[in-house]
Design a protein around this ligand. Sequence first.
Ligand code: NAD
Length: 435
Amino acid sequence: MSVYEQSALATKHALPSYLNADEIGPWGTYLQQVDRVTPYLGSLARWVETLKRPKRILVVDVPIEMDDGTIAHFEGYRVQHNLSRGPGKGGVRFHQDVTLSEVMALSAWMSIKNAAVNVPYGGAKGGIRVDPRKLSKGELERLTRRYTSEIGLLIGPTKDIPAPDVNTNAQIMSWMMDTYSMNTGATATGVVTGKPIDLGGSLGRVEATGRGVFTVGVEAAKLIGLPVQGARVAVQGFGNVGGTAGRLFVEAGAQLVAVQDHTGSIYNPLGMDAAALQEHVREHGGVKGFPGAEAIDTDAFWSVDCDILIPAALEGQINKDNAERIKARMVIEGANGPTTPEADDILHDKGVLVLPDVIANAGGVTVSYFEWVQDFSSFFWSEDEINARLVRIMQEAFAAVWQVAQDNKVSLRTATFIVACKRILHAREARGLYP
Ligand code: NAD
């Protein structure tokens, strides 16, 4: 039996005892991605099991007093997938559908992403199963602080550095940083990234993920002969990532023809004013009711005539039910895990180029890395300097992945996994097993 066959067999039998096969969810998607890359790892395949199990999982109870005097309990997680290349790094998500499987998968994708752009981090992720829109500001602060205290065992500027993700932002990072600092007795700006500028945040961080999505999109468009000027772009999720990426494409001459978020789907074949739409979302909480477009069905969004589709909301949005209808020439994954493996194959067969999350949305963690470096040195860079460094890293990482894809005749996702898994497993092998 080859090393690859052994490893594939191990995946089937080595489900962690806390997950049963029916609820394997996004973690199952990730395991399939690792299996696809294993034949390309050569002798490093010996270490591949390392990638198939998180190093550490912490599940915490987060009790808080609600404004009406009752006590509510929420379930929180922090998963450190791999720390071979450096401290854990990855966001914290507040969402009612967060599960352990999801946080495990997101932490693993962070390991891959950090290695793909070669920032010196392992992968981690956290989350709380809560709909934060139903909490008052005071309840949200108490939730964040208690969660931070509970995961305080694991996090720290040299151990594991959280950041914003879905429904978390600079304010939540400030509360996390303050709670950690109070508990440890020293102001520790480097414990989280995505902070406000006044607290050691980095210029350019808010827009970094969207800027990275745009940067790799432009590079790939050049390679497939798709002019950005006049390209029709559809975006799912018009928050931090989707809103910024959509606006940058419009500023580069593209037309934003369709947008979907949790409030509805809108369409204008002549293009929308992306900055005005961002303003509308800030004011009204979603795209619904935007005067510059007409409302369309949730399902119709996926069949819209477009050249570039940017999923920038949640996992599993492009799946076997809608992949066949997608008309775009290129999908840029702003979200983490938006395409299921089945949909990946359908898009591949249709000749749609997929720029995978693990490279396309790595701009956020890249500028988080800059923020962390600036915090340690207490020396801050200009926004132009940050954007220039970000663009250079994204362009170089994307060019390397493109080359590996061409050389091995594999998808960009598998190519990114090849680059990243080799880096992680080289580090694993060099460190050896302790004790
Ligand atoms: P956000 O909270 O700013 O925006 C999320 C968007 O998704 C909102 O527009 C929301 O309306 C939409 N959405 C939520 N549920 C939806 C549904 N059921 N259908 C359609 N739209 C829905 O979050 P964000 O920071 O922009 O993150 C979006 C994605 O990008 C996530 O997958 C996240 O993990 C990923 N990501 C974010 C960053 C970052 O720096 N913020 C970095 C890398 C990856």
